[in-house]
Design a protein around this ligand. Structure first.
Ligand code: TMP
Length: 222
């Protein structure tokens, strides 16, 4: 977990995981935990791709329209740029807690790990999108905490099979999700302080216990 940055006094939390890991099931529970612990704080729940009027339109395209892998990456970051400008930065500047369902880790996991785009291209897009200049110093708008729901691609595939209308990503094969997961885990190794990794194959009750503990842990930082 990272300390808050004085330029953005809010606290930024992201949820990540491969499709079928079940992260969405736990977002509301986590929000309730934080609400109980920090009743005086405003909590902003949002998601990517999406979170703004334009971002939700781009989401429709991204999830349902076939396109070149680099077009996909560019649109993910275009939606993110708008999201930062309209939702995330103003909320963090006001000291709110922002919980975002997916952020840049998804782009590295899906577009670099899954699709095979060169990492240096995404690094450029990432700096372009999330870096801000303050008095000659650059501040990257990165999460203070990222909760990764980790699950084997086999188990995730079983869970995805239960959803009736898979989108473009959910319909991808086992090998794709293997690469996506590997890239997530590589990023955890690269920046272990930022991540809390949850074994998403556990029961919902057990996962809620872990989530409750995470909410307690961040108390001193918020
Ligand atoms: P969701 O249904 O969990 O919100 O996920 C939307 C899909 O978009 C999911 O399959 C992951 C994918 N995605 C990317 O490929 N790159 C990104 O940068 C983001 C934010 C999502």
């Amino acid at each position: 977990m990272r300390e808050r940055n004085s330029s953005f006094p809010g606290f930024f939390i992201t949820f990540e995981g491969i499709d079928g890991a079940g992260k969405s099931t736990h977002l509301d529970f986590f929000q309730e935990c934080l609400r109980a612990r920090f009743p005086e704080k405003k909590i902003v729940m949002t998601r990517e791709p999406g979170g703004t009027e334009l971002g939700e339109k781009l989401r429709q395209l991204l999830l349902h329209q076939e396109m070149h892998a680099e077009t996909e990456a560019l649109l993910m970051f275009a939606a993110r740029r708008e999201h930062l400008a309209v939702v995330i930065e103003p909320a963090l500047a006001c000291g709110h807690i922002v919980i975002c369902d997916r952020y840049t880790d998804s782009s590295f996991a899906y577009q670099v790990g899954g699709r095979g785009i060169l990492a240096h291209k995404l690094n450029q897009l990432e700096s372009w999108t999330i870096d801000r200049e303050f008095n000659l110093t650059t501040v990257a708008i990165q999460p203070n905490l990222t909760i990764l729901f980790d699950i084997s691609p086999e188990e995730a595939e079983k869970r995805r099979a239960l959803s009736r209308n898979p989108d473009k990503f959910e319909a991808l094969n086992f090998d794709f999700f293997n690469r996506v997961r590997a890239e997530y885990l590589r990023r955890v190794k690269e920046d272990p302080m930022r991540f809390e990794v949850i074994d998403a194959s556990q029961s919902i009750k057990n996962i809620q216990k872990v989530i409750g503990n995470i909410a307690t842990k961040i108390e001193s930082l918020i």
